[in-house]
Design a protein around this ligand. Structure first.
Ligand SMILES: Cc1cc2nc3c(=O)[nH]c(=O)nc-3n(C[C@H](O)[C@H](O)[C@H](O)COP(=O)(O)OP(=O)(O)OC[C@H]3O[C@@H](n4cnc5c(N)ncnc54)[C@H](O)[C@@H]3O)c2cc1C
Length: 275
């Protein structure tokens, strides 16, 4: 259930040139669905006023409660402030928020997890849950470039729950792995294997998600996309993150709040031209 948690930072350090890993401790355990997020802020924070959304990357229960991990990219004021927090400092985290991925969408289908850049952390708990259920899972992760001699430690996290050969790294400049867009790697895989049943789960930049939706529609495969929208409250009150969808409901004709009804939507629900 959503609550404001005061958490203590265990570690907060850059993992690569782009990504930071934050580990925090909660004094209790909470139920988390893969793809759910928190709205985080430092204590005593007045500027920026609004909290920042971070998806829960990993979660580990232990005798003292639960440790949560986040991966983030320093973009602007909020994430820069977060990167200055030290072990022992406290954060306030409202969560868990959002709907989460439906991991039992088609229990017999192969699960294809597709991420671009900082979309990756949304998929770890899903990979872990699917692998625990004995499902066939593959991860396709895309980056613009990767320095050949620098490892991507977060891919090692996935390699602990998935078969290493089930992980494909795609780089746009061909510096490592599949040369090209991650969606091209997915298409090449689908063309080669033609799986009868597969479910696509994706998180990343909007053009990538849009392409995933097209691939799914062409091949009549179900696809779930985790949308990113700028949000202020994170729990459905401010309506700042509403997106237009194909389907109307009694309360919100055509509009859905990314924070409350999302962030995960069926790909065919989304009106991509209006994002
Ligand atoms: C549900 C959800 C989960 C998220 N999980 C993560 C995560 O795990 N790790 C992570 O690094 N980021 C995540 N994000 C994005 C993160 O919340 C933003 O990057 C962050 O709010 C930027 O804050 P800032 O103050 O550093 O940047 P700002 O100063 O607010 O903005 C800096 C730049 O980033 C752009 N920007 C800011 N927020 C967003 C956004 N939400 N989407 C697209 N562009 C944005 C702005 O347009 C601007 O160009 C998530 C977003 C959502 C909606």
């Amino acid at each position: 259930m959503m609550r404001d948690h005061r958490v203590r930072i265990l570690s907060n350090a850059p993992e690569t040139l782009t990504y930071w890993r934050l580990r925090v401790r909660l004094s209790e355990t909470i139920a988390i669905r893969p793809g759910q997020f928190v709205m985080a802020r430092t204590r005593e924070q007045w500027e920026p006023i609004w909290r920042r959304a971070l998806v829960i990357y990993r979660a580990e229960e232990h005798a003292e409660g639960m440790d949560l991990e986040f991966l983030y990219k320093v973009l602007g004021r909020g994430t820069a402030l977060l990167s200055r927090q030290r072990p022992g400092d406290e954060l306030e985290m409202l969560g868990p928020l959002g709907n989460g991925f439906p991991h039992d969408a088609d229990p017999d289908a192969e699960a294809l997890l597709i991420s671009g850049g900082i979309g990756l952390p949304a998929l770890y708990l899903l990979a872990e849950a699917l692998a625990r259920d004995g499902r066939a899972v593959r991860l396709f992760h895309g980056e613009p470039t990767v320095e050949p001699e620098r490892p991507l430690p977060f891919l090692d996290d996935f390699a602990r729950v998935l078969e290493p050969e089930a992980i494909t790294l795609a780089t746009e400049d061909g510096s490592r792995g599949f040369p090209g867009l991650v969606t091209e790697a997915v298409e090449a895989y689908l063309e080669r294997t033609r799986p009868g049943r597969a479910v696509l789960y994706a998180c990343g930049p909007t053009p990538m998600l849009r392409r995933v939706a097209e691939i799914a529609a062409q091949r009549r495969l179900p696809a779930y996309v985790s949308l990113e929208a700028r949000m202020a409250c994170g729990f459905g009150v401010c309506l700042g993150c509403a997106v237009k969808t194909q389907f109307a409901s009694e309360h919100m004709p055509h509009y859905r709040r990314v924070c409350a009804e999302g962030p995960i939507f069926r790909a065919e629900e989304v009106i991509w031209d209006e994002l």
